[in-house]
Ligand binder design. Sequence first.
Ligand SMILES: [Fe+2]
Length: 154
Amino acid sequence: MPTAQGTDIAIVNIMGRVFMDPLDSPFRAADTVLAELADSIPVVVDFHAEATSEKVAMANYLDGRASAVLGTHTHVPTADARVLPEGTLYVTDVGMVGPYNSVIGAETEAMVRRFVTRCRCGRTGETRSRGRCPSTPFCWRSTPARVGGEASGA
Ligand SMILES: [Fe+2]
């Protein structure tokens, strides 16, 4: 896909498998996908995984082969953005775009009821955003971003 500057980049989504449904190796999947891409195309990997250890392992596995490895799935932005030794930007979780006053994006009351009663109830809520907006692969900088709701100015 082209960036706003008109340069092509590849966005790759890889699913983790620790605490997730059984999947093939995300590491082998990454190798397969990266082998299909031209070396000149910057690659941003969305690593959708639960375990921070698996995310850090993937980032180090792809260090120097991907421009960025951005963790997703846990919905809470982490404050550990860093550039790895071979130049890959890594952050454990970029957060979410979803209701700020919620249970990771779901309507709070329904989710609390779900955990208390084990009833799978509704999942709605107002839209607010919070997360991390990485400026990659062209600028090694990431900016925490919170928009709307009580998070303003935080
Ligand atoms: Fe998820």
